[in-house]
Design a protein around this ligand. Structure first.
Ligand code: NAD
Length: 531
């Protein structure tokens, strides 16, 4: 998720990722920024949680009555119990979504009306930004600074952008000749299920909600079980924005139950998934074994961040490399987890990366000064620590971090910023997605070797190259097999540009007008106008 660059001192407001956030949200951001640790703690104590499924315009318990515990990863304490949706709940949501679709409550509403309501929805998210940021931080462990300045405003901005797009997209008339009119129309797919991860809970959901609804579909969102609270909360904001009942549904629950039920449902027309490759492959199977629903997958990455000896600014490259792996505790699909450096500049780059990393020690996520928060849960923390042990055993040189830490007043799941040097690209820490603050530095002798190593992974989500030679930059950007390539930058992004991967990073693109293609069917209508 292209926002790490926001953390470079003094640059936040000039970055492209913020271009689409209107003034209203800047006011709420400024309000959030003015709150102290004590203010946030007081608010946290009195915060109430929505914890039910949202089906057909109202909050309901799960059909089984079962719930699961939602834990604050910074403290290990239970925040609330959330409805554990399963097959029956997905079926209820699918029926409501289908009825709304068939009745044309949303799918046949005038585009200008749909636009107005999506914009109102975005405004309401902005209006409740402080509360939503707090929910996100308590639920997922990310710094309040990030949820206030990034997750919530970008979520609102995304939904608003797709709302604005609704009445700017035209259908086509094919040049078939005077005897016929052949119209190529875009129609909604029908009922779409969105199954999303925990690392940017509301933002990853918004990348689906915006274009799915803009294209006229009905939607069922299944948030990750680790972080369902913000998506559940915004369901009532959708209703307040007059998005008709049955159009926007939320079924919280576990992957194997609620997630699988969405994947296998015979009356859900499409699934848009963000998460691990392993689960992405399951969705392909679910589709094949059910109704051949359309599947789009945004999966993992092992982003190569290539720094060549002729990089124009080593300091900038190293700072971006540090933020590229430590931002959001390294729980970022396109985290620059492999730093591939030409030998002459390796030591200089690594020293600077560690200098930045040392300043990013994890702290209480509710403290506005904290730049690195908690890992989402104990399982993920143990997974990260397991990879670190593996790296040591495989012979990589641990240069920084490598352990669990317990910051003052925060007794939960925290991992230090970690740097490995002398990594061989065949090692597990260079091949598998760790999804934590662990950097693997790999030294290469030539740009050709850098590209070869960069591409030597099953993933192809993103890549970066730092060089002052424009020809080299262009050639390498063409050779890198990735959905996004950054030249002399890392993590630049904007709602106007598509995001998604090559190879086992998935297929289909989120963001930009291209995302609408996933949620629309093309229909050709031939009209005979001959004599
Ligand atoms: P995950 O695959 O474990 O879970 C993602 C979602 O799938 C969750 O809602 C989960 O409940 C559901 N799920 C889990 N098992 C399932 C099953 N058997 N059947 C159906 N649904 C199931 O991923 P995660 O741990 O939540 O997120 C981390 C992963 O997400 C990383 O691999 C990361 O790279 C990826 N990610 C990718 C992008 C992108 O845009 N490419 C963005 C963010 C995260």
């Amino acid at each position: 998720m292209p926002v790490a660059a926001l953390h470079r001192p003094g640059r936040a407001d000039s970055l492209p990722a913020l271009r689409h956030i209107p003034k209203f949200s800047e006011v709420t951001r400024a309000m959030s920024a003015a709150l102290s640790l004590d203010d946030w703690k007081t608010r946290a104590e009195t915060l109430s949680f929505r914890s039910q499924a949202f089906i057909n315009g109202r909050y309901v318990d799960s059909a089984s009555g079962k719930t699961f515990e939602c834990v604050n990863p910074a403290t290990g304490r239970v925040l609330t119990k959330v409805a554990a949706g399963d097959k029956e709940d997905v079926d209820r949501a699918a029926k409501a979504a289908r009825a709304a679709f068939e009745k044309g409550r949303w799918s046949r509403m005038a585009p200008a009306q749909r636009k107005k309501r999506l914009q109102k929805f975005a405004d309401l998210i902005d209006k409740h930004a402080t509360e939503l940021a707090l929910l996100e931080t308590l639920d997922m462990g990310k710094p309040i600074r990030d949820s206030s300045a990034i997750d919530i405003p970008l979520s609102a901005g995304c939904i608003r952008w797709y709302g604005e797009a609704i009445d700017k997209i035209y259908d086509e008339v094919a040049p078939t000749g005077p005897e016929t009119v052949a119209m190529i129309r875009r129609e909604p797919v029908g009922v779409v299920g969105a199954v999303v991860p925990w690392n940017f809970p509301l933002l990853m959901a918004s990348w689906k909600i915006g274009p799915v609804l803009a294209a006229g579909n009905s939607l069922i969102v299944k948030p990750a079980e680790q972080s369902p609270l913000t998506v559940i909360r915004i369901a009532e904001l959708a209703a307040e924005a007059d998005i008709p009942e049955g159009v926007f549904n939320v079924v919280p629950g576990f992957g194997e139950t609620a997630g699988q039920a969405i994947g296998r449902h015979m009356d859900i027309d499409g699934v848009t998934f963000t998460g691990s490759g392993e689960v992405g492959k399951l969705f392909l199977r679910y589709s094949g074994e059910s109704n051949m629903k359309r599947v789009s997958l945004e999966c993992g990455g092992k982003t190569p961040n290539i720094v060549l000896a002729d990089a124009p600014d080593l300091d900038a490259a190293a700072t971006a490399a540090a933020w590229g792996i430590f931002f959001n505790q390294g729980e970022v699909c396109n985290a620059g987890s492999r730093l591939i450096v030409e030998a002459p500049v390796k030591d200089a780059i690594l020293e600077k990366v560690m200098e930045v990393g040392k300043k990013l020690q994890p702290g209480d996520p509710l403290d506005p000064k904290t730049r690195m928060g908690a890992i989402v849960d104990e399982t993920q923390m143990q997974r990260i620590l397991g990879y670190i042990e593996h790296g040591k055993k495989e012979g990589a040189k641990l240069r920084m971090g490598g352990g669990r830490v317990k910051p003052a007043n925060a007794n939960g799941y925290f991992v230090e910023p970690t740097v490995f040097d002398e990594v061989d690209n065949k090692m597990k820490i260079a091949q598998e997605e760790i999804f934590g603050p662990v950097l693997s530095a790999i030294t290469v002798k030539t740009p050709e070797e850098a590209v070869k190593v960069g591409n030597d992974t099953i993933y192809g989500l993103a890549a970066a190259v730092w060089t002052r030679d424009i020809s080299k930059a262009f050639k390498i950007s063409r050779e890198l097999r990735a959905g996004v390539v950054w030249v002399n930058s890392f993590d630049a992004g904007d709602i106007t540009t598509p995001f998604g991967g090559f190879k086992q990073s998935g297929f289909g693109r989120d963001k930009s007008l291209h995302a609408l293609e996933k949620y629309s069917e093309l229909k050709t209508v031939w009209i005979n106008v001959g004599k």
